[in-house]
Structures are given as C-alpha cells and as structure tokens.
Design a protein around this ligand. Sequence first.
Ligand code: SAM
Length: 252
Amino acid sequence: MQNIYDNNKFFNDYIEMREKSINANNLIEKPIFLNLLPSFNGKRVLDLGCGFGDLCSLAQNDGASKVVGIDISKNMIEMAKQRNDEGKIVFLNKPMEKINELNEKFDYVLSSLAFHYVENFNKLINDIKNLLNVNGYLIFSQEHPIATSFTPPKNKNIDSKIDIENKRYYLISDYNNNGKRIVHWNIDGVIKYHRNFSNIINTLIESGFCIEKIIESYADDEIIKLEPKYKYQNDRPYFLFIKAKLIEKNIS
Ligand SMILES: C[S@@+](CC[C@H](N)C(=O)[O-])C[C@H]1O[C@@H](n2cnc3c(N)ncnc32)[C@H](O)[C@@H]1O
C-alpha cells in the first residue's frame, strides 16, 4: 500500500491546497458529505483516512461517545493530534487495511475521499461490516468512477479534455477494467484504484448493506459564482457519495 501523504512535497502541496477557502473540498465535497450525516449524540464513530481530523472533531462536538480516526500517514495523524482534542478523540497511525485489528464496535463508519487508495475493496467492506453494529451506517465519499477510469496511452501526449461552447468533453477509457491507476497529482506516481459503479454497489449489497442514498457531486449557481470552473462538475462529477446501512451480518 502506498503512503503518498508522507511524501513531503505531496503533503505540503496538499495542505496548501486545503488551506485555501476555495477548493473542491470546501465548496463541493464537504457540504454534500455533511448533509448525509446524522446526529452523532451518544454514538461510536470511526473515521477511515481521517486526514487532519475535521470529521472526527465534528462527531466529537456533536456528542459522540467515542471517536476513532485512522490514517496511514504520520504527517496527517500528527496534524490531527495538534488541531483536535486528542484527549477525547483517539487518532491511530494505521492503514485501513488493518482495521480488522480493532477490537471494538461502532455505530458509524465514515470515510471522506480515501477509499480509492485501497486495493482490496471487498476485504475493506467486509472488515467494516465486522466492526459495525447491525443497523449501523457506512457513509463515504470517493473519487467518482467516471473520473478514475481513464488511463492515458503510454508515450503519447494527449489532452484528455476539451472545452466547447461552455461545456467540457472528456476522454473516457478502461471504465470496465477495474484496478490500479498511476496518476500525476502534485507529484508523479500516485496510486489510486478504479472500480466501476456496479462493483462498488454490488460489493456493498453482497456484504449485507442496504444503500439508502447515492449522490454524484454537482455545483449549484452559488458555487459556480465563487469558482467558475466548477460548472464542469455538471459535465463530469468529481466525487461519489454513498450512505449505506448494515442490515445483515451473516452474509459473507
Ligand atoms: C484526500 S485525503 C482526505 C482526508 C480527510 N478524510 C478529509 O476529508 O479531510 C485522503 C486521506 O486518506 C489517507 N489514506 C490513504 N490511503 C490510506 C490507507 N490505506 N489507510 C488509511 N488512510 C489512508 C491519506 O493519508 C489521507 O490522509
């Protein structure tokens, strides 16, 4: 598994981007994600790929009885401990591939924009199922499969998008070829995993989850006013959001 957020150049560029008020996290991802969240009062919450801990802090301030944040990156966990109330939130520097080592149950498992870094989605969802109480929820966002699928041809410098009359047209390929993608994002060699829509949905269903809500990111007029390039969200969404309830424990 790759720990790209502990590459200092990547980390510094990422934090610089997150500190700006206008970015896709603040304007697009966060508002949709927060809208999917229930009250956490008295609930036990686990955040996978917690980054610098904003979701953990939100759950704690909302009255959660226990909050655990897990992240593979030391940089992120150190920052999370500095920014948040470490006494009340447990931050663990651990890959989510190892959550089967956790010896406790949760009512909510959250994850914002981290699942596309995990290779074995089936195992991840099965491990989450084992940590959740029945009727507990998994609420996550990830890069949208329509955005993760494309692999540019080797040694060819092609533009994967063109703008015509106020619309953006994208190249798409390899949509049904699930697996590793190596992309340039801040630095070369960032590894992500593409899974088509049916693979994501069927993995959840086959693990005993009932899908309550799916959202594909969009930008309304207010957001487009703040950052005009987000109008292209309406041509191709960046993010996918799923809220799923665990209704059945005994499906393998
Ligand atoms: C795009 S950031 C999102 C951070 C945070 N969830 C937020 O929304 O602010 C992705 C996070 O996932 C973490 N991550 C990536 N792969 C991981 C893995 N295998 N296990 C745990 N965390 C991982 C990264 O270190 C990073 O902090």
